[in-house]
Design a protein. Structure first.
Length: 177
């Protein structure tokens, strides 16, 4: 059995548990986090906490791209895929966040000698390690992983950003006869 497979949690373990589906016209913190994650995937949309038509269009485009039933609703399957495909450096990371990018951060911190669990959850131990790393490298020690922290964690190699999505908002496929 592969040792990495034993250590790496699966996508549903990393994903924030949804207590209910996120629906068009919902609002609140969960929608703001959804918008931040969609932005990290390359969809340009405002983070306003409102599941408006642009958020719905981005969700539908993501679902189409990942062969998920296209309904504009963020259920468990869509959320798990959003979290499992986050690229390191695509969004600032802070306490309480989850995803594949947090898992990568924890692995890089381990390589640098920090004792953190690779859980995919940015927990207090991860935050403490990040702050210590930032202090040691003379960065702003706020516990938030921004570009400079990613750059130093990656041994000076910039992380590849996700390609910005184009034309996703102008998909007229459903309007064709």
């Amino acid at each position: 059995m592969d040792a990495d497979a034993e250590l790496a949690p699966n996508a549903s373990d990393m994903a924030l548990r949804l207590t209910h589906d996120l629906l068009p016209w919902d609002s609140g913190e969960a929608i703001a986090e959804l918008q931040e994650v969609l932005l990290a995937h390359g969809y340009k949309l405002p983070i306003n906490g409102e599941f408006d038509w642009t958020t719905e269009a981005a969700v539908r485009a993501f679902q189409r791209q990942h062969s998920i039933r296209i309904d504009g609703i963020v259920g468990t399957k869509t959320w798990d895929q959003l979290m499992a495909t986050l690229k390191p450096g695509a969004r600032p990371l802070r306490l309480g966040q989850r995803g594949a990018d947090v898992l990568e951060l924890q692995g890089l911190l381990q390589v640098c000698g920090y004792t953190v669990q690779r859980s995919g959850l940015f927990d207090p131990a991860t935050q403490t390690a990040v702050i210590d790393f930032q202090i040691h490298h003379h960065l702003t020690s706020d516990g938030i992983v921004h570009d400079n922290t990613w750059l130093l964690l990656g041994n000076g190699r910039p992380l590849q950003r996700p390609a910005r999505k184009t034309q996703w908002l102008l998909d007229h496929g459903r309007w064709k006869h």
